[in-house]
Design a protein around this ligand. Structure first.
Ligand code: 8YV
Length: 303
Protein backbone atom coordinates (compact mmCIF):
# COMPACT_ATOMS: atom_id res chain seq x y z
CA UNK A 1 0.00 0.00 0.00
CA UNK A 2 2.75 2.39 0.99
CA UNK A 3 4.50 1.87 -2.35
CA UNK A 4 1.25 2.67 -4.18
CA UNK A 5 0.76 5.81 -2.06
CA UNK A 6 4.33 6.91 -2.88
CA UNK A 7 3.74 6.25 -6.58
CA UNK A 8 0.44 8.14 -6.67
CA UNK A 9 1.57 10.99 -4.44
CA UNK A 10 5.32 11.52 -4.88
CA UNK A 11 5.27 14.58 -2.58
CA UNK A 12 3.68 12.72 0.31
CA UNK A 13 5.27 12.97 3.75
CA UNK A 14 5.10 9.98 6.11
CA UNK A 15 4.86 9.70 9.89
CA UNK A 16 5.65 5.97 9.99
CA UNK A 17 6.24 4.74 13.52
CA UNK A 18 5.23 8.05 15.10
CA UNK A 19 2.73 8.23 17.96
CA UNK A 20 -0.83 9.19 16.92
CA UNK A 21 -1.21 12.84 15.91
CA UNK A 22 -2.13 15.30 18.62
CA UNK A 23 -4.66 18.03 17.81
CA UNK A 24 -1.73 20.45 17.35
CA UNK A 25 0.03 18.07 14.96
CA UNK A 26 -3.22 17.54 13.07
CA UNK A 27 -3.63 21.34 12.83
CA UNK A 28 -0.12 21.59 11.39
CA UNK A 29 -0.83 18.80 8.91
CA UNK A 30 -4.16 20.33 7.85
CA UNK A 31 -2.43 23.66 7.31
CA UNK A 32 0.42 22.30 5.22
CA UNK A 33 -1.03 19.40 3.18
CA UNK A 34 -3.77 19.07 0.57
CA UNK A 35 -4.85 15.67 1.85
CA UNK A 36 -4.40 13.65 5.03
CA UNK A 37 -4.41 9.88 5.43
CA UNK A 38 -5.04 9.24 9.12
CA UNK A 39 -6.00 6.40 11.40
CA UNK A 40 -7.32 5.45 14.83
CA UNK A 41 -6.00 7.76 17.52
CA UNK A 42 -5.01 10.66 15.26
CA UNK A 43 -6.79 13.62 16.84
CA UNK A 44 -8.34 15.41 13.88
CA UNK A 45 -10.74 17.39 16.01
CA UNK A 46 -10.93 20.32 18.42
CA UNK A 47 -7.93 22.60 17.96
CA UNK A 48 -7.04 20.76 14.75
CA UNK A 49 -9.50 23.01 12.93
CA UNK A 50 -8.58 26.26 14.71
CA UNK A 51 -5.87 27.50 12.33
CA UNK A 52 -5.49 27.94 8.57
CA UNK A 53 -6.72 24.94 6.58
CA UNK A 54 -5.14 23.88 3.31
CA UNK A 55 -6.40 20.29 3.32
CA UNK A 56 -9.51 19.43 1.35
CA UNK A 57 -9.80 15.74 2.27
CA UNK A 58 -9.11 13.58 5.30
CA UNK A 59 -9.08 9.90 4.36
CA UNK A 60 -9.42 7.59 7.35
CA UNK A 61 -7.76 4.18 7.40
CA UNK A 62 -10.55 2.37 9.28
CA UNK A 63 -14.31 2.44 9.37
CA UNK A 64 -14.80 4.15 12.76
CA UNK A 65 -13.89 7.83 12.56
CA UNK A 66 -14.81 9.15 15.99
CA UNK A 67 -11.28 10.61 16.24
CA UNK A 68 -12.21 12.97 13.38
CA UNK A 69 -14.70 15.80 13.88
CA UNK A 70 -16.61 15.20 10.66
CA UNK A 71 -19.03 18.04 11.44
CA UNK A 72 -16.20 20.59 11.78
CA UNK A 73 -14.56 19.17 8.66
CA UNK A 74 -17.77 19.56 6.66
CA UNK A 75 -18.22 23.12 7.96
CA UNK A 76 -14.75 23.89 6.56
CA UNK A 77 -15.46 22.19 3.25
CA UNK A 78 -13.20 19.23 4.01
CA UNK A 79 -14.32 15.79 2.79
CA UNK A 80 -13.92 12.86 5.20
CA UNK A 81 -13.79 9.27 3.93
CA UNK A 82 -13.51 5.87 5.64
CA UNK A 83 -13.07 2.21 4.73
CA UNK A 84 -16.40 0.39 5.20
CA UNK A 85 -16.73 -3.12 3.84
CA UNK A 86 -13.02 -3.86 4.08
CA UNK A 87 -13.25 -4.35 7.84
CA UNK A 88 -16.63 -6.08 8.16
CA UNK A 89 -15.81 -9.78 8.18
CA UNK A 90 -12.61 -9.50 10.20
CA UNK A 91 -14.36 -7.49 12.89
CA UNK A 92 -17.28 -9.92 12.98
CA UNK A 93 -14.79 -12.79 13.30
CA UNK A 94 -13.22 -11.13 16.34
CA UNK A 95 -16.69 -10.67 17.86
CA UNK A 96 -17.29 -14.40 17.55
CA UNK A 97 -13.79 -15.14 18.86
CA UNK A 98 -14.55 -13.09 21.97
CA UNK A 99 -18.05 -14.53 22.36
CA UNK A 100 -16.73 -18.08 22.22
CA UNK A 101 -13.71 -17.37 24.41
CA UNK A 102 -15.83 -15.64 27.02
CA UNK A 103 -18.56 -18.30 27.06
CA UNK A 104 -16.13 -21.22 27.12
CA UNK A 105 -13.59 -19.56 29.43
CA UNK A 106 -10.89 -20.11 26.83
CA UNK A 107 -8.79 -17.14 27.97
CA UNK A 108 -8.76 -18.33 31.57
CA UNK A 109 -7.98 -21.86 30.41
CA UNK A 110 -5.16 -20.69 28.20
CA UNK A 111 -3.64 -18.69 31.06
CA UNK A 112 -3.98 -21.76 33.30
CA UNK A 113 -2.12 -24.09 30.93
CA UNK A 114 0.52 -21.47 30.22
CA UNK A 115 1.13 -20.98 33.94
CA UNK A 116 2.05 -24.64 34.33
CA UNK A 117 -0.72 -25.13 36.93
CA UNK A 118 -2.66 -27.78 35.00
CA UNK A 119 -2.34 -31.14 36.70
CA UNK A 120 -4.99 -33.07 34.79
CA UNK A 121 -8.48 -33.14 33.34
CA UNK A 122 -11.49 -33.18 35.63
CA UNK A 123 -15.14 -33.15 34.53
CA UNK A 124 -15.90 -29.85 36.20
CA UNK A 125 -12.80 -27.94 35.15
CA UNK A 126 -13.35 -24.52 33.57
CA UNK A 127 -17.04 -25.12 32.96
CA UNK A 128 -18.40 -22.36 30.80
CA UNK A 129 -21.66 -21.91 28.94
CA UNK A 130 -22.84 -23.55 25.74
CA UNK A 131 -23.04 -21.18 22.75
CA UNK A 132 -24.93 -23.21 20.15
CA UNK A 133 -28.66 -22.53 20.21
CA UNK A 134 -28.44 -19.62 22.64
CA UNK A 135 -29.84 -16.13 22.09
CA UNK A 136 -27.55 -13.33 20.98
CA UNK A 137 -28.58 -9.67 21.18
CA UNK A 138 -26.75 -7.41 18.73
CA UNK A 139 -26.74 -3.70 19.49
CA UNK A 140 -26.46 -2.04 16.08
CA UNK A 141 -27.36 -3.95 12.91
CA UNK A 142 -25.10 -2.17 10.44
CA UNK A 143 -22.64 -3.97 8.18
CA UNK A 144 -20.66 -5.47 11.05
CA UNK A 145 -23.76 -6.25 13.13
CA UNK A 146 -25.26 -8.14 10.19
CA UNK A 147 -22.04 -10.10 9.65
CA UNK A 148 -22.09 -11.06 13.34
CA UNK A 149 -25.76 -12.03 13.07
CA UNK A 150 -25.08 -14.25 10.05
CA UNK A 151 -22.27 -16.03 11.87
CA UNK A 152 -24.42 -16.56 14.96
CA UNK A 153 -27.43 -17.80 13.00
CA UNK A 154 -25.77 -19.95 10.34
CA UNK A 155 -22.71 -21.03 12.30
CA UNK A 156 -24.10 -21.54 15.77
CA UNK A 157 -27.83 -21.97 15.30
CA UNK A 158 -28.42 -19.03 17.63
CA UNK A 159 -31.57 -16.99 17.92
CA UNK A 160 -30.73 -13.44 16.90
CA UNK A 161 -32.39 -10.35 18.34
CA UNK A 162 -31.10 -6.88 17.67
CA UNK A 163 -31.56 -3.25 18.54
CA UNK A 164 -31.15 -0.52 15.95
CA UNK A 165 -32.25 3.11 15.97
CA UNK A 166 -33.94 2.73 12.56
CA UNK A 167 -35.96 -0.24 11.36
CA UNK A 168 -33.78 -2.84 9.64
CA UNK A 169 -34.65 -6.02 7.82
CA UNK A 170 -32.14 -8.30 6.22
CA UNK A 171 -33.48 -10.78 3.66
CA UNK A 172 -32.64 -14.34 4.56
CA UNK A 173 -31.56 -13.49 8.07
CA UNK A 174 -34.08 -14.42 10.73
CA UNK A 175 -33.54 -11.71 13.34
CA UNK A 176 -36.05 -9.88 15.52
CA UNK A 177 -35.73 -6.15 16.23
CA UNK A 178 -36.44 -5.33 19.88
CA UNK A 179 -36.01 -2.32 22.17
CA UNK A 180 -32.63 -2.13 23.91
CA UNK A 181 -34.05 -2.79 27.39
CA UNK A 182 -35.70 -5.98 26.13
CA UNK A 183 -32.56 -7.12 24.30
CA UNK A 184 -30.51 -6.70 27.48
CA UNK A 185 -33.02 -8.65 29.56
CA UNK A 186 -33.45 -11.65 27.24
CA UNK A 187 -30.03 -12.16 25.64
CA UNK A 188 -27.47 -14.75 26.68
CA UNK A 189 -24.84 -12.75 24.80
CA UNK A 190 -24.96 -9.03 24.15
CA UNK A 191 -22.69 -7.82 21.35
CA UNK A 192 -22.00 -4.11 20.82
CA UNK A 193 -21.68 -3.12 17.16
CA UNK A 194 -22.74 0.54 17.01
CA UNK A 195 -20.45 3.40 15.99
CA UNK A 196 -19.15 5.80 18.64
CA UNK A 197 -21.20 8.98 18.50
CA UNK A 198 -22.29 11.43 21.20
CA UNK A 199 -25.58 9.46 21.28
CA UNK A 200 -23.90 6.10 21.92
CA UNK A 201 -21.44 7.34 24.55
CA UNK A 202 -22.01 5.15 27.66
CA UNK A 203 -25.04 3.58 25.97
CA UNK A 204 -24.33 0.63 28.24
CA UNK A 205 -23.99 1.85 31.81
CA UNK A 206 -24.88 0.56 35.28
CA UNK A 207 -28.64 0.55 34.62
CA UNK A 208 -28.27 -1.37 31.34
CA UNK A 209 -25.84 -3.90 32.83
CA UNK A 210 -28.29 -4.42 35.71
CA UNK A 211 -30.90 -5.52 33.16
CA UNK A 212 -28.68 -8.32 31.85
CA UNK A 213 -28.98 -11.88 33.14
CA UNK A 214 -26.37 -13.18 35.60
CA UNK A 215 -25.24 -15.86 33.14
CA UNK A 216 -24.94 -13.37 30.25
CA UNK A 217 -21.77 -12.16 28.58
CA UNK A 218 -21.03 -8.78 27.04
CA UNK A 219 -18.88 -8.49 23.90
CA UNK A 220 -17.61 -5.14 22.60
CA UNK A 221 -15.84 -4.89 19.25
CA UNK A 222 -17.01 -1.33 18.48
CA UNK A 223 -15.54 1.46 20.61
CA UNK A 224 -14.64 1.44 24.28
CA UNK A 225 -16.61 4.48 25.34
CA UNK A 226 -19.95 2.95 24.32
CA UNK A 227 -19.68 0.94 27.54
CA UNK A 228 -19.15 2.68 30.89
CA UNK A 229 -16.01 0.76 31.84
CA UNK A 230 -16.24 1.53 35.57
CA UNK A 231 -19.84 0.27 35.60
CA UNK A 232 -18.79 -2.84 33.68
CA UNK A 233 -16.03 -3.61 36.18
CA UNK A 234 -18.53 -3.22 39.04
CA UNK A 235 -21.06 -5.49 37.28
CA UNK A 236 -18.42 -8.17 36.70
CA UNK A 237 -17.00 -7.92 40.22
CA UNK A 238 -20.49 -8.12 41.69
CA UNK A 239 -21.45 -11.15 39.58
CA UNK A 240 -24.23 -9.20 37.88
CA UNK A 241 -23.09 -10.64 34.54
CA UNK A 242 -20.93 -13.70 33.89
CA UNK A 243 -18.19 -12.30 31.70
CA UNK A 244 -17.04 -9.92 29.01
CA UNK A 245 -15.01 -10.10 25.84
CA UNK A 246 -13.47 -6.78 24.93
CA UNK A 247 -11.45 -5.70 21.90
CA UNK A 248 -11.82 -2.01 22.70
CA UNK A 249 -11.43 0.13 25.82
CA UNK A 250 -12.39 3.58 26.99
CA UNK A 251 -8.86 4.97 27.16
CA UNK A 252 -6.79 2.77 24.85
CA UNK A 253 -4.14 1.59 25.40
CA UNK A 254 -4.90 2.00 29.12
CA UNK A 255 -6.80 -0.99 30.46
CA UNK A 256 -7.78 -0.59 34.13
CA UNK A 257 -5.95 -2.91 36.54
CA UNK A 258 -9.32 -3.95 38.01
CA UNK A 259 -10.37 -5.25 34.59
CA UNK A 260 -7.09 -7.01 34.01
CA UNK A 261 -7.42 -8.68 37.41
CA UNK A 262 -10.68 -10.41 36.48
CA UNK A 263 -10.46 -13.97 35.20
CA UNK A 264 -13.93 -13.79 33.62
CA UNK A 265 -12.89 -11.28 30.97
CA UNK A 266 -11.14 -11.81 27.65
CA UNK A 267 -9.11 -8.78 26.64
CA UNK A 268 -7.69 -8.17 23.17
CA UNK A 269 -5.55 -5.22 22.02
CA UNK A 270 -7.99 -3.85 19.40
CA UNK A 271 -7.38 -6.74 17.00
CA UNK A 272 -10.67 -6.33 15.09
CA UNK A 273 -9.11 -5.79 11.69
CA UNK A 274 -5.60 -7.01 12.36
CA UNK A 275 -5.27 -9.37 9.41
CA UNK A 276 -2.79 -8.78 6.60
CA UNK A 277 -5.38 -9.08 3.83
CA UNK A 278 -7.70 -6.70 5.64
CA UNK A 279 -5.03 -4.09 6.26
CA UNK A 280 -4.20 -4.18 2.54
CA UNK A 281 -7.86 -3.82 1.59
CA UNK A 282 -8.24 -0.88 4.01
CA UNK A 283 -5.15 0.81 2.64
CA UNK A 284 -6.19 0.43 -1.00
CA UNK A 285 -9.66 1.70 -0.15
CA UNK A 286 -8.27 4.78 1.60
CA UNK A 287 -5.95 5.34 -1.38
CA UNK A 288 -8.86 5.01 -3.83
CA UNK A 289 -10.66 7.77 -1.95
CA UNK A 290 -7.60 10.02 -2.18
CA UNK A 291 -6.97 9.41 -5.87
CA UNK A 292 -10.65 9.88 -6.76
CA UNK A 293 -10.65 13.20 -4.94
CA UNK A 294 -7.41 14.26 -6.63
CA UNK A 295 -8.88 13.38 -10.01
CA UNK A 296 -11.95 15.53 -9.39
CA UNK A 297 -14.31 12.60 -8.78
CA UNK A 298 -16.56 11.96 -5.81
CA UNK A 299 -14.61 9.73 -3.39
CA UNK A 300 -16.44 6.39 -3.09
CA UNK A 301 -16.51 6.37 0.70
CA UNK A 302 -17.29 9.93 1.76
CA UNK A 303 -19.00 9.78 5.16
C1 8YV B 1 -8.85 -0.42 12.87
C2 8YV B 1 -11.26 -0.10 13.65
O1 8YV B 1 -7.81 -1.24 13.20
O2 8YV B 1 -11.81 0.22 11.38
C3 8YV B 1 -12.00 0.53 12.54
O3 8YV B 1 -12.86 1.37 12.87
O4 8YV B 1 -11.61 0.01 14.76
C4 8YV B 1 -10.06 -0.93 13.49
O5 8YV B 1 -10.26 -2.25 13.57
C5 8YV B 1 -8.53 0.96 13.29
O6 8YV B 1 -9.51 1.86 12.95
C6 8YV B 1 -7.25 1.41 12.68
O7 8YV B 1 -7.40 1.53 11.32
Amino acid sequence: VEARVRAEFPDATFRNGAAPMTEAEAAEALATHDALLVTLGDQVRGAAFAGPLRAKIVANFGVGYNHIDAVAAKAHGITVTNTPGAVTDATADIALTLLLMSARRAGAGERFVRSGAWTGWTPTQFLGHHVTGKRVGIVGLGRIGKAIARRCHYGFDMEVVFHNRSTVTEPGLPARQVPLHELLAISDFVVIAVPATPQTHHLIGAAELARMQPHAHLVNIARGDIVDEAALIAALEGGQIAGAGLDVFEREPVVPAALRALDCVTLLPHLGTAALEVRDAMGFMALANLTAFRDGKVPPNAV
